[in-house]
Design a protein around this ligand. Structure first.
Ligand code: C2E
Ligand code: CA
Ligand code: CA
Ligand code: CA
Length: 278
């Protein structure tokens, strides 16, 4: 709740791309955006650090607003969460991501998972499990190619979350903990949950330099994560120095501008093509 409060505050007191915009206007805009198909997904590759092989793709939402241009998720996801609109928007995201991954698979690209961010608010929706298994059925995507990124904030309601996570695991989707290290949980908490993967938050990756405290922190998270048999991925990688540090400390997967920015579907396809033949 601390994190969200901060976001909301920032949101209400700021402008959108320099243009002042009222909360109600944005809320109405969000409703319209869904009806009028103004949302898009961008895709960012996840790369095996030792080989450069693409092992996954994260889907990230963008809003193409007719008057304001591209709006970043940080500007509207907090309001979507607050108003509950994240539930229908989240359904759209899940369906779109599954359809896109199925289309890439059909086009002959590697069968790898697509990771979708799932808000706490979506977790409180009792229909989530049925909705997800319904989509997988309709799209014809195997559950192991859908990964759900959750944040540590779901630990606030550990009993309920454990039940839901176990149900999701039963369907066969992959579960990863996003922004790891910034929130409420410890790794020892996570070992009781059916989690497959932890994503080390960008803020830790940002200033890892050899022998720094931050570097030690990242090394500790990787060591403990691997010991608990999680796949460990580092996000927000921008430099070769970070890649080398992470490789040396046995982190397996990375994501960040160093490899690629999030790309629209056509460019992602091109990226996959180039890396397939490389
Ligand atoms: P996140 O899930 O932690 O996503 C990573 C964010 O870092 C993305 O920003 C991505 O574009 C950015 N990023 C990736 N690599 C680098 C890098 O090397 N350097 C820098 N500076 N940034 C990098 P984005 O797309 O603006 O998303 C921001 C946040 O909004 C996400 O953080 C996530 O919390 C939320 N979000 C994005 N898409 C969705 C969505 O489809 N559903 C939900 N519920 N939340 C979303
Ligand atoms: Ca994420
Ligand atoms: Ca993240
Ligand atoms: Ca983040």
């Amino acid at each position: 709740a601390k994190e969200r409060g901060k976001n909301n505050f920032r949101f209400y007191s700021s402008n959108l791309n320099g243009i002042p915009i009222r909360k109600m206007e944005l809320e109405n805009g969000l409703r319209k955006a869904l009806e009028q198909n103004q949302f898009m997904l961008f895709y960012q590759p996840q790369v095996k650090l030792t080989t450069g092989e693409i092992v996954g793709i994260e889907a990230l939402i963008r809003w193409q607003h007719p008057g304001h241009g591209f709006i970043a998720p940080a500007e509207f996801i907090p309001l979507a969460e607050e108003t509950g609109l994240i539930v229908p928007i989240g359904k759209w995201i899940l369906r779109k991501a599954c359809e896109q991954m199925k289309a890439w698979q059909n086009a002959g690209f590697p069968h790898i998972p697509v990771a979708v961010n799932v808000s706490v608010r979506q977790f409180q929706d009792e229909h989530l499990i049925d909705y997800i298994s319904g989509i997988l059925d309709q799209v014809g995507l195997e559950a192991k190619y859908l990964e759900l990124e959750i944040t540590e904030s779901i630990m606030q309601n550990i009993e309920k979350s454990t039940i839901i996570l176990n149900q999701l695991k039963e369907i066969g989707v992959l579960l990863s903990v996003d922004d790891f290290g910034t929130g409420y949980s410890s790794l020892s908490y996570l070992k009781h949950l059916p989690i497959d993967k932890i994503k080390i938050d960008k803020s830790f990756v940002d200033d890892i330099v050899y022998h720094s405290n931050q570097g030690m922190m990242v090394k500790t998270i990787i060591d403990m994560g691997l010991n608990l048999q999680f796949v460990v991925i580092a996000e927000g990688i921008e430099t070769e120095e970070q890649v080398n540090f992470l490789k040396q400390n046995k982190c397996e997967i990375g994501q960040g501008y160093f490899y690629s920015q999030p790309l629209p579907d056509m460019q992602m396809k091109e990226f996959l093509r180039v890396h397939q033949s490389a």
